[in-house]
Design a protein around this ligand. Structure first.
Ligand SMILES: Cc1cc2nc3c(=O)[nH]c(=O)nc-3n(C[C@H](O)[C@H](O)[C@H](O)COP(=O)(O)O)c2cc1C
Length: 367
């Protein structure tokens, strides 16, 4: 296998990343005092640790407004492209993504920011394009959230412009429906005659088709106990990308609680995600998506519990043997990589690195 930016500069069959560290509380909607700060010194220490332990990537969450509740969940967030630039300057191997709301920034400004970060990281910047789903964030910007299909039509033009800025050597016009450019020019190009890896996490047919047409990686959630469905999804989207002459990898998301024994892991999971969940924030997040007890009387409690756990990622709770076998099962189902989160990334990562990474190596998933 060629080791390049699209393989995240590693030969590992299963890539691992850290998801959501740029936000206060990360991805755990919890009130426990050790919850993640999201501040710069902690992010920097985490990036150093990730770089040293061979973790391939860090993926931030693009969030502009906290969710309220007792903790103002994700109320403090570091802007993702400047965050990536800082981390890239301080690391040697890690790929760092910027998560960018296409409708909120002009694509030529965005493209130049990405190129700048990519030069700082000597080819290690990655782009996560998001269309946004959070109406009150858009209201804050006086921006209108388009109806769903049009969000991805706009994103198509936006990404076409970004890619033109990255690749077109001369001056170009762009007579789009949403975006119009005249005599546009963008220099320099990304690092090393290549371009940043581009990902998207669309779940709808329009979102997935956007990834199939444009992206190197699609991030998809894996519902617990539905590995066969996930495997079928991976096969389907990869085949569709191939038909269009492209290669697409599918990544997924897991929320890790790893402790020396199953009992300890389950106890901490219950303590952090159930007994001390920030339920007011959880209910607000759900209500923003129209999920209320009245609308979903049969499974509201289940949806609530799922939301408290890492904003909906697959919960992997157990001792190192259990955690490694669950991650391996995701790899067997076709996941090229997994974006991980912890209640406190810095406290929990050393144990994970010490116990789980060697097990994954013995399984042939990592070197
Ligand atoms: C791994 C992952 C990361 C995501 N990151 C963000 C983000 O940072 N900001 C955001 O507004 N949406 C984010 N989303 C939401 C997706 O971009 C997308 O809008 C969502 O999955 C719904 O799919 P759809 O847009 O096709 O309806 C993320 C989703 C996933 C699975």
């Amino acid at each position: 296998m060629q080791v390049d930016r699209f393989s995240l500069y590693s030969r590992n069959k299963l890539k691992l990343g850290l998801f959501g560290a740029n936000c206060s509380s990360g991805r755990a909607v919890t009130m426990v005092p050790e919850r993640w700060s999201g501040n710069w010194p902690d992010c920097l220490s985490l990036a150093h640790l990730a770089d040293e332990t061979g973790i391939e990537f860090m993926l931030p969450v693009g969030r502009w407004k906290g969710y309220g509740g007792d903790t103002d969940y994700q109320g403090e967030t570091l802007e993702t492209v400047t965050w990536a630039a800082g981390l890239l300057a301080a690391t040697r191997r890690l790929t760092v993504f910027g998560t960018v709301h296409a409708p909120l920034i002009h694509p030529m400004i965005a493209a130049k920011q990405f190129v700048t970060a990519d030069h700082i990281g000597e080819g290690r910047f990655g782009l996560n394009v998001v269309c946004g789903w959070n109406e009150d964030e858009f209201t804050m910007f006086s921006a209108t959230m388009r109806e769903h299909a049009a969000r991805y039509e706009f994103a198509q033009e936006w990404l076409d412009v970004v890619k033109l800025c990255w690749s077109h050597q001369g001056t170009f016009d762009f007579p789009g429906h949403f975006i119009k450019l005249q005599q546009a020019r963008a220099k320099p190009k990304p690092f090393g005659n290549s371009r940043p890896i581009v990902m998207n996490a669309g779940a709808s047919p329009a979102g997935q088709s956007f990834a199939i047409r444009n992206c190197d990686a699609l991030f998809s959630m894996t519902p617990k106990g539905k590995l066969a469905e996930f495997a079928a999804h991976v096969t389907r989207v990869k085949a569709l990308a191939r038909e269009g002459g492209r290669a697409l990898d599918v990544y997924t998301v897991a929320v890790i609680t790893c402790r020396p024994t199953m009992r300890e892991a389950e106890a901490y999971y219950r303590h952090s995600v159930i007994d001390n969940a920030d339920w007011a924030a959880v209910d607000r997040i759900l209500a923003m998506r129209g999920v209320t007890r009245e609308a979903f009387p049969d499974d509201f409690e289940e949806r609530r519990a799922h939301q408290a756990n890492g904003m909906g990622g697959m919960a992997v709770v157990g001792d190192p043997d259990h955690v490694s076998s669950e991650l391996a099962a995701l790899a067997t189902a076709g996941a090229r990589g997994i974006a991980l989160s912890f209640v406190n990334y810095l406290d929990e990562m050393p144990y994970f690195a010490q116990e789980v990474l060697p097990r994954l190596a013995r399984m042939g998933l990592r070197e």
